[in-house]
Write a protein that binds this ligand. Structure first.
Ligand code: NG1
Ligand code: ZN
Length: 548
């Protein structure tokens, strides 16, 4: 085979920068936007090749999520709408770091041969492009387009400014032969939301302790703008969006889900006027969601309702619907298997709570791709990271069964509890993004469940009390020297490190601590939990010294 490339307009931005090596990692490539054009161009090539290989539509998203506005990044959505298959990541890495055009061409030729990618008589490559609101996005989008169209016959379709989950949703929808515009996304979310609202038991809505007003911090990013558009299709919920980026605020600066979750203070634009009100915060590309309420002390402190608690709320609701189905529906031969997936960063109190509900809790390493993969093993798999990224996956066989069952029930026992439970589960499977964690669909599901339960944010937050925790970053010479096992809870190398960490942990009641290299920053992270904040701080600090 000869090289499929038509042109080669971008020389490497990074080969002249000593020490800069890009890694696809857990979130695609991220760096200062000024050095990313050649990388994005190369990822465009990769996306087109991936589309040829899978004979499906592929997505390419330009975003750096919660990172600062001068950063940007690029990642690929696979045909299912999920993350790029892990066995293509090494190719992504070598492609991004190839120093010269000759190296690049050679790499592509070898890879095309190895993967047996064909260019003749096949469906041409098609890649959907999206970007967040970063000013650098426009130029990077052009680079991506040039990369894609440098492959003969490949088509790049610009879907405009989107949230990351919207693009993933569109890729998934296109490959299922469904309508896949932004309007279709909004309609699916709003109609399944309406369906769930209509199924709220009437005796519950009479005594409802849920306020229908929600205030959302949009991180000055794309999420707030999209939520304002989506809201026009909703009733029974009043959403006020602040920090929608229209009033001069800077993306992710003092705002957004990452800031709120890490700093545990109000984002810009929130304060004592909001005490008692239910508030939520999105991150810069709207794939993370946390809730909070402003504490009354007149300070900037908040009660944080994080991803673990969103997960717990979802798990409670799903479990309730499943038990109605399993108890009352004697014909139900399909005993659906519900599984929960967390990472080591999940607060220990959340794990205890979920286990007390009798649920099966699984752990994976940090990174959505690992959580998602595990959750897909169940009929219903719920995964969340503490930082607010997560979703609920429904197996195709369960969705098929629910569709058939609701049809049958609508003629035989219309209005029965069993029918309602089945309809609710079906609506959840349409509301919650099946491709990737999605702050907008997650937010709508939280809102409808709170109304279903008749709960205030305070009642929700009382499900369990978080154990005090502390997260620290340690700059080390070489973070790859730290190698972990057991879902990152145990250090296996350097030898001896885990033993000294263990010796610290035993000094603290309810102590738990682990050390792992970050996949997105050049640091080693230390996480500690203990019965008091002082103890958690002290445990984290002493372990950080051991790592240093
Ligand atoms: P790293 O840098 O590997 O810890 C961070 C988050 C992940 C995930 C990724 C991707 C923490 C502790 N880690 O990963 O949960 O969101 O970024 O964005 O929050
Ligand atoms: Zn994000």
């Amino acid at each position: 085979t000869s090289c499929p490339l038509k042109s080669f307009p971008y020389t490497s931005d990074i080969s002249s920068l000593p020490g800069v090596k890009l890694s696809y990692g857990t979130a695609g490539f991220r760096a200062d936007a000024s050095i990313l054009s050649s990388t994005v161009y190369r990822v465009g090539i990769l996306a087109a090749l991936r589309s040829l290989k899978t004979q499906s539509v592929i997505g390419l998203m330009i975003t750096a999520s919660h990172n600062k506005v001068s950063d940007n990044g690029v990642k690929i959505a696979d045909p299912s709408g999920g993350m790029l298959s892990q066995n293509w990541e090494p190719f992504a890495d070598t492609l991004a770091n190839a120093p010269t055009p000759q190296d690049l061409i050679q790499l592509i030729e070898e890879f095309v041969k190895k993967e047996d990618i064909s260019f003749n008589g096949v469906r041409p490559a098609e890649v959907l492009l999206g970007r967040d609101t970063r000013p650098s996005g426009d130029a990077l989008l052009k680079a991506a387009k040039e990369g894609i169209t440098s492959i003969v016959g490949a088509v790049a379709t610009d879907m405009g400014i989107l949230t990351t989950p919207q693009l993933h949703w569109m890729v998934r929808a296109r490959n299922k032969g469904m309508k896949a515009s932004e309007q279709d996304y909004f309609e699916q979310l709003s109609s399944s939301f309406r369906c769930l609202m209509d199924l709220i038991p009437s005796e519950k809505s009479k005594f409802n302790g849920t306020n229908d007003r929600l205030v959302v911090d949009g991180a000055n990013g794309v999420g707030g703008i999209k939520l304002e558009a989506l809201q026009k299709l909703l009733s029974g919920l009043i959403i006020e969006v602040r920090n929608d980026g229209e009033n001069g605020g800077v993306l992710n600066e003092g705002v957004g889900a990452d800031f709120v979750q890490k700093e545990k203070v109000v984002p810009y634009g929130f304060g004592s006027k909001d005490v008692g009100i239910r508030c939520a915060s999105l991150d810069g590309d709207a794939d993370r969601l946390v809730y909070f309420s402003v504490l009354p002390e007149g300070s900037s402190r908040i009660a944080l309702v994080d991803g673990d608690k969103i997960l717990s709320l979802f798990a409670l609701f799903i479990r309730e619907q499943l038990s109605i189905l399993n108890e009352q529906d004697l014909k139900n031969s399909h005993q659906a298997h519900l599984g929960i997936v967390q990472t080591a960063y999940a607060n220990g109190a959340s794990t205890n709570y979920l286990k007390q509900l009798g649920l099966e809790v699984n752990f994976t390493p940090t990174g959505v791709k690992y959580l998602h993969e595990k959750a897909a093993e169940f009929d219903i798999g719920i995964y969340f990271e503490a930082n607010g990224h997560g979703t609920i996956l429904f197996s195709e066989s369960l969705v098929g069964w629910l569709e058939a069952r609701t049809k049958e029930l609508s003629s035989k026992s219309k209005g029965s509890e069993v029918e309602k439970a089945a309809l609710r589960l079906l609506a959840v499977s349409k509301l919650i993004n099946q491709a990737v964690g999605d702050a907008l669909s997650g937010l709508l599901l939280v809102e409808v469940i709170l109304q279903h339960m008749g709960w205030s944010i305070h009642r929700w937050n009382e499900l369990y009390h978080d154990l005090p925790s502390r997260q620290l970053k340690v700059k080390v010479a070489d973070r790859t020297a730290v190698i972990t096992a057991n879902a990152e809870t145990v250090v296996v190398s350097p030898p001896g490190l885990q033993e000294v960490v263990n010796a610290e942990i035993v000094k603290y009641p309810q102590g738990r601590c682990f050390v792992r290299p970050s996949g997105t920053e050049d640091v080693v992270r230390v996480y500690a939990e203990a019965s008091t904040q002082e103890a958690a701080d002290s445990l984290a600090n002493s372990v950080a010294k051991l790592v240093d």
